[in-house]
Design a protein. Structure first.
Length: 317
């Protein structure tokens, strides 16, 4: 090979190296806190580890959670706080890890240990919730969450199911068969959580609508936030959610029964109207003409008008 040709090949190789480097996908990193935020985070970490009163330690964990991923530097301190003798502190730390540790393997590891070990049911539940908050980056916890689905604790089964749904498609292969079994649970809480999780994992079966319909119905006795979550899941399900059609229509027509003289009456009223808007959204996504009369009536209510008109535009006919 001639000398000039060698030089040309070497030059081409050098030019290609940066291109290859750029082709690699960069993993997202936690945002950096400002100087003042960093100082405040450090103060809270000290308080979390040294405050004598448990209420101050718990409050420190709660305040750290509000910084979100900017407080990733607090992950070691929060992981240590999972061992706090006070359950309120440990649970607050688990929630905070879910908020600040979105990009942290150490946060996932700490929460997995809290979920799988120990004997405090409330901490196991908080750990499962924390893993759900981390979402797709908590895929290493899938085996531990699948095991938690078999727990004798009702709330733990529910929160483990929710976490699997929030982890998303990465949990589908093993999660879908396990969550299908939870649909047969003797308690409605885990059944509802499993149905929502299955929809989040991409399932589109009409049998999920039947589980969710029970939660939307007033006779089901669920709180308004749970009823709204069920409506939102039905909207995601779309046309296969038709078995829930009558229940959703009833939800849209459901007038709030709230004593306006009670504290927080305005807030409760808005929560109920938000629930009705979620039911309207679900009817629009199902797209069945049977919902038209209820939606036309809702379009005459100022708080529901925009959602109802959008849903009407999606109906078949």
């Amino acid at each position: 090979m001639t000398q000039p040709l060698i030089h040309v090949l070497l030059l081409l190789t050098l030019l290609c190296v940066p291109t290859l480097g750029l082709a690699k996908e960069k993993k997202p990193k936690a945002p950096e806190p400002s100087i003042s935020e960093r100082a405040e985070i450090r103060k809270l970490m000290v308080r979390l580890g040294r405050a004598r009163h448990e209420a101050k330690r718990s409050e420190a964990a709660t305040q750290l959670s509000k910084f979100g991923p900017k407080a990733e530097m607090s992950v070691p301190a929060l992981a240590q706080a999972l061992k706090d003798r006070d359950s309120n502190v440990a649970c607050a730390a688990a929630f905070a890890l879910g908020k600040v540790g979105v990009y942290s393997k150490a946060a996932v590891t700490g929460l997995m240990k809290a979920l799988s070990g120990g004997s405090r049911p409330e901490l196991k539940q908080a750990a499962a919730e924390g893993l759900g908050l981390i979402g797709p980056n908590a895929q290493a916890a899938i085996p531990a969450l699948l095991k938690a689905l078999e727990s004798g604790e009702v709330d733990l089964r529910s929160k483990a199911a929710r976490a699997l749904g929030l982890i998303g498609p990465k949990a589908a292969t093993r999660g879908v068969p396990a969550l299908r079994k939870v649909l047969e649970d003797s308690e409605k809480g885990p059944r509802l959580a499993a149905a929502i999780a299955l929809i989040q994992l991409g399932e589109k079966s009409p049998d999920l609508a039947k589980v969710l319909a029970g939660a939307v119905s007033r006779s089901g006795g669920a709180i308004v936030q749970t009823r709204q979550a069920a409506c939102e899941a039905l909207a995601t399900l779309g046309p296969p959610a038709k078995p829930a059609l009558s229940v959703l229509i009833a939800a849209v027509r459901e007038e709030p029964e709230i004593n306006k003289t009670l504290p927080y009456a305005a807030q409760r009223l808005e929560q109920h109207e938000s629930f009705r808007r979620a039911a309207i959204l679900a009817l629009g996504e199902i797209g069945d003409e049977e919902a038209r009369p209820a939606l036309e009536r809702a379009a005459k209510v100022s708080s529901l008008e925009e959602a109802a008109k959008a849903a009407l535009a999606k109906l078949k006919g």
